[in-house]
Ligand binder design. Sequence first.
Ligand code: GDP
Length: 428
Amino acid sequence: SVKSPITYTPQDIKIIKKVLNGYVGFANLPKQWHRKSVRRGFTFNIMAIGESGLGKATLINTLFNREIVNHRDDEETVEEDTEDKEGGVAVKIRSTKAEIEEDGVKLKVSVITAPGFGESINNTDYWKPIVDEINSRFDSYLEAECKINRSTIVDDRIHAFLYFIEPTGHSLRALDIAMMKLVHEKVNLIPIIAKSDTLTDDEIVEFKQRILADIAHQGIKIFTPEAPGDDDEETVSNTQSIIDTFPFAVVGSTKEVQTPDGRTVRGRQYPWGVIEVDNEAHNDFVKLRQLLIRNFLEELKEHTANVLYENYRTEKLKKMGIEQDSTVFREFDPLAKQQEERALHEAKLAKMEAEMKSVFQQKVSEKEKKLQRSEADLFARHKEMKDKLTKQIKILEEKKVQLEKQRSLPQEPMVQPAQQKTRKGFLR
Ligand code: GDP
């Protein structure tokens, strides 16, 4: 007998939420992830661009509290061999690496600078080495991604691009706008007002407003950390306060100085007092460090990988004529590519063979038709000849019959027309 199907009513369906009796162990996942990440270490690549003397090296060293970038090195490079054809200063790319450790966590920092940037008005290609560097780092990643062992890829992509704005107090210069526009879709752009201690508080407020207005007007994208609504309140408000500080007006210094109230701080000493680097009331350095290192380093890297690099890759592949879809990787898998090429080759051969066959057949049938035609011709001519001959034979035969008839008649002399009557009468 057939069982009737069981029907469930909504009341029958229960979602079982249970506390596990025994410890399964996936609560250990964060620890596993942490251990692995710590062992591998973290990488972070920062590009610091701006005119010479704006305090780039100082700020980087202040951020990591270490002498990572050597000031003098940059100057030497600029002096040595960077004269370009027009006598302007050529822009060079310089990369400095450092491995630093804090509480057993390793961080491999790469700082990429462009000595010579903005030094010469003659130099119209000041931006090119910078854009080339960003692209070539994407390209190497793309290449590495296509190789078989992907787990060992070194991520050399630029994760943060600090653009140093001269503290003029006016607005952005054409050079600033042009440079930012060239890179804003390739990197996490973070504009910074350099040496902000040279401006008054009011000047900073106004300068920031003008810069933000220019940036909005020019459609320049700057990196903005996300503050999802489901994050805790403190995180959301902290993220918002970072965003509200844009563009960071910073002061850099690795030197320790004494405050009037006797504290030892990192800062810059002036006759009228001390500007403290790590004091939020004095400048935005703390906010910048939160964004770059303490709170959003991972987000900067994720945004680089998932958005900026992805866009670059899609564009690049499109230019190469490959549409972005699931087959992209097959194009780069050497084995699959080989198979595909062989299949293509075979298809080509088969096509050629088929073409040859059809040409051959066509030729044969043409010949056959020609032969048939000439055969028919021959027949026709033969028949014509035969007919002609038959006709001639017939004529000849008729003639022969007549001749014979004539011969069997008695011979008579040629008669005159008048005599013919007589002959007729005679015949009758
Ligand atoms: P870079 O060429 O952009 O790398 O600039 P450096 O870091 O070598 O700094 C150039 C000069 O500016 C040095 O004399 C620094 O001491 C000074 N400097 C760096 N940061 C600041 C700052 O925040 N405020 C002031 N007033 N001077 C700074």
